[in-house]
Design a protein. Structure first.
Length: 224
């Protein structure tokens, strides 16, 4: 577990990152000073990883009030049933993610990973929606190209993006999986992410964080 605290405009939103499952996927807890938090892309898939997450939530007296999926590739949803059964919170996602969600078990078999239970969403997120918890809010951007239904979450209060598998430090999401498309991904990055301020922190679905400005300058796949 790595703590990635950041402060901006005297309002503190805390981002905590866990690296879970064989895909080394980043699971994020985003909380503010009230202790309310949302979990994004829970990837925990064995008892040790579930315990690490639960102990952190209990130890920091956090209350999970939201469960958001940037997209439904298996590495980002392996912990969805644990979150639902432990905290009673159903996942929310973009409606275009449903097909990937329903194919997750087959997708997992390709990698020798068993996905035993899918939790169905009952509400969906769209471009421009705001997710509110504590005194914080995150704005939804629709960012397809890696896969249909992909969303990013943006904090304008604290200047960061939870970017899923759209943009990484020095890389971008792969586009060779079903519904992936490079031109669509490039457009998502250029119109939805590179239009944000250079000092916004990018928290990706894999690997370390980066900044909008540095990716615009030196990302080898999509330049700003
Ligand atoms: Zn993915």
């Amino acid at each position: 577990m790595h703590t990635l605290a950041n402060e901006r405009k005297n309002h503190m939103i805390k981002v905590d990152r866990f690296v879970f499952n064989p895909f080394q996927e980043n699971t994020y807890l985003v909380s503010d000073e009230t202790g309310e938090c949302i979990i994004i892309d829970p990837g925990c898939f064995n008892d040790d990883e579930e315990k690490e997450l639960d102990d952190f939530i209990t130890g920091h007296k956090l209350k999970i009030v939201g469960h958001v999926l940037t997209h439904c590739h298996i590495d980002h949803i392996l912990g969805m049933a644990h979150i639902f059964h432990t905290y009673g919170i159903r996942p929310v996602m973009h409606k275009e993610s449903l097909e990937t969600l329903h194919n997750a078990a087959d997708h997992g078999k390709l990698f020798g990973i068993e996905m035993t239970e899918i939790i169905e969403p009952v509400t969906f997120l769209n471009e421009g929606d705001l997710i509110k918890f504590g005194h914080a809010q995150l704005e939804i951007k629709y960012t397809p190209g890696h896969v249909d239904g992909h969303i990013c979450l943006i904090s304008h209060q604290s200047g960061f993006i939870i970017a899923g598998d759209v943009l990484f430090q020095g890389s971008i999401g792969r586009t060779d999986l079903p519904t992936g498309n490079f031109k669509t991904l490039e457009a998502s990055i250029k119109t939805k992410l590179y239009t944000l301020p250079d000092d916004y922190i990018v928290y990706p679905g894999h690997g370390p964080h980066t900044f909008i400005g540095s990716e615009k300058q030196s990302n080898p796949f999509v330049r700003g």
